[in-house]
Design a protein around this ligand. Structure first.
Ligand SMILES: [Zn+2]
Length: 291
């Protein structure tokens, strides 16, 4: 009997942590639900949004262009957009006479002007200023804290950023990989007051849980927004990033984009779907990713 009794005890002991973890899992799921319910869910259709705040977190001063149609629509309906660029974009030129300092200044102006025409004021655009191409070599904790601060400070109803991937890490070029990662990690940290507690103690910034994410450049897009009515605005904005395209990237001669490069931009941005409409596509996740 002894061996059988031991076996029963062993099985019971083995089940104990399983039971505990199951209960913990249930509690955790309940918490996720509760936290999601602390905020009113955003309407699925972005055309219905009014008085909302959205934030874009990217790496370079032009990364947001892929979302500008969506932002233009949101702004027309009385919503507010904040843009956070983690780097100054100070390396992306093939012009041998260009300097990092000059390029950072050029890219700042290339970014502020078109965003202004879409309705994003300069005061809503933040240039954090890390070196272009080097984001992966900045201490991650430092980047996560910065993102966390922006989210706690401006409390966006939705976050737009690069897609980190769902079941695997999505491939991006350098900087975009890190921007995707720290945007999500920063959003997670923002939800818990014990991460970077000095934000609350020194500045009164309260924890904040995001429950609506739009990942740009995703290979798993599940959401599209019709931007046909504002596509021309987006095209014009894209044409301001002269230093990043074709001739302006090879040899920067001024803010006016080369006509052929402009035409290529038009083809890219004004490309229509078979239904004759122009869309921006995202992977949208409407839940707390804080666990
Ligand atoms: Zn970029």
């Amino acid at each position: 009997m002894k061996p059988r009794l031991s076996a029963v005890v062993f099985v019971l002991l083995a089940m104990l942590p399983l039971g505990l973890s199951t209960r913990a899992g249930a509690q955790q799921r309940k918490l996720v639900t509760d936290r999601s319910q602390t905020r009113e869910a955003n309407p699925v259709n972005l055309d219905e949004w009014r008085g909302k705040t959205v934030m874009f977190i990217g790496a370079h001063p032009d990364d947001e262009v892929s979302c500008l149609g969506t932002f233009a629509k949101l702004i027309k309906n009385g919503n507010t957009v904040y843009i956070v660029h983690l780097t100054s974009g100070n390396k992306g030129s093939r012009d041998l006479d260009m300097t990092s300092e000059r390029l950072a200044m050029i890219r700042r102006q290339e970014d502020i002007a078109p965003n202004g025409t879409v309705g994003i004021p300069e005061k809503n655009i933040f240039f954090v200023g890390y070196d272009d191409g080097m984001l992966e070599y900045v201490p991650e904790k430092e980047l996560v804290e910065k993102v966390c601060w922006f989210i706690r400070k401006y409390r966006p109803d939705a976050l737009f950023c690069f897609d980190p991937g769902s079941q695997w890490v999505q491939w991006h070029k350098t900087d975009h990989r890190m921007a995707a990662k720290v945007a999500l990690d920063g959003a997670r940290a923002a939800a818990y007051h014990l991460y970077f507690p000095h934000h609350r103690i020194n500045e009164g910034l309260q924890p904040y849980t995001l429950v609506d994410f739009f990942f740009r450049g995703s290979v798993e897009s599940n959401f599209k927004i019709d931007i046909t009515d504002v596509a021309e605005l987006k095209f014009q904005a894209a044409c301001k990033h002269t230093s990043q395209w074709g001739k302006g990237n090879a040899k920067y001669t001024g803010p006016e984009m080369d006509p052929q490069d402009k035409e290529r931009q038009r083809e890219r941005i004004m490309r229509k779907d078979p239904d004759g409409r122009i869309y921006e596509r995202f992977r949208r996740v409407q839940e707390s990713l804080s666990f």
